[in-house]
Design a protein around this ligand. Structure first.
Ligand SMILES: Nc1ncnc2c1ncn2[C@@H]1O[C@H](COP(=O)(O)OP(=O)(O)O)[C@@H](O)[C@H]1O
Ligand SMILES: [Mg+2]
Length: 264
């Protein structure tokens, strides 16, 4: 744990500050025009504390994925600034952005997106192989041990359970020691036991390796693995919760919407 002040909806970001891994400053994203216009992000300002596990929750369509994509540099914002480790992504040219994304950002999707013809280990090192970078052996060993996949490294994805495949995808995101990992509903396709495996790994990578993780989830039990929860409604961060428990998250969710509105 750090002594970082909890981010609040209207906190000013401190780009480049040591204890902030990424931040967004009044970012807006609008889809469509006229009657079809949707304000997916409505001037969102947030700091993501370094070395902590942040969960993002909110009703379907509240802008969670858009926030992750914009903060990870996978999508552009219409206005505002996005910082990763002090660099303003919105000022970068395409090539610089691609390089920053490759070197500083890990992303885990709901679908595991593994290459079926490659082994687990080859999948884990693929991004670095493509970039022509040598994996740091010691770090890779640590990731593999934390993810608990050593006996499965030579298996292909079809020979692994869903939970194991998603753990491979998480290890792939961690392997290059990114500044920050964004995970968009990483347990959305998993049964509760496999989900717990993945969440335990994400938790351990924060606690034991100092990784910074932001994870979207619908599940109060999943959010309870995080250090803090950001609640998003209609493209705005409407609340934060420190040291969440499943019970408190569930209680808070009831306060926003009609019962069940947070459910898929
Ligand atoms: N590519 C797109 N084109 C048009 N509208 C989009 C697009 N992506 C997202 N939206 C809309 O933006 C809003 C936020 O979407 P999203 O970020 O995916 O929400 P969440 O992940 O919280 O379910 C929704 O109303 C969604 O329909
Ligand atoms: Mg989404």
């Amino acid at each position: 744990m750090t002594n970082t002040a909890p981010p609040t909806a209207d906190a000013q970001p401190a780009p480049g500050a040591d204890d902030v891994a990424a931040s967004a400053h009044r970012i807006a994203k609008v889809y469509g025009r006229g009657d079809a216009q949707v304000i997916a992000l409505d001037a969102v300002t947030v700091d993501i504390p370094r070395g902590r596990f942040t969960a993002v929750m909110g009703p379907s369509g509240s802008g969670k994925s858009t926030l992750m994509h914009c903060m990870a540099g996978l999508d552009s914002v219409d206005s505002g600034e996005v910082y990763i480790g002090g660099t303003d992504l919105t000022k970068l040219k395409d090539k610089q952005l691609t390089r920053l994304r490759r070197d500083k950002v890990g992303f885990v999707f709901q679908a595991f997106n593994l290459v079926p013809t490659l082994t687990a280990l080859e999948n884990i090192t693929l991004p670095m192989d493509i970039a022509g970078r040598k994996p740091d052996r010691e770090w890779l060993d640590r990731v593999v041990d934390t993810v608990g996949l050593r006996p499965r490294l030579s298996h292909r994805p079809t020979e692994l359970s869903g939970g194991q495949q998603q753990r491979v995808a998480c290890a792939r995101a961690l392997a290059s020691r990114p500044e920050i990992i964004f995970a968009d509903e990483p347990t959305g396709n998993l049964d509760s036991r496999s989900g717990a495996e993945v969440l335990t790994f994400l938790r351990d990578s924060v606690t034991e390796m100092g990784q910074t993780i932001v994870m979207v989830t619908h599940d109060p039990n999943a959010a309870a693995y995080a250090d803090q929860v950001l609640f998003l409604t209609d493209g705005r961060i409407v609340d934060t919760m420190q040291r969440p428990t499943a019970e408190r998250v569930l209680e808070r969710m009831k306060g926003f919407e009609l019962p069940g509105a947070m459910a898929r």
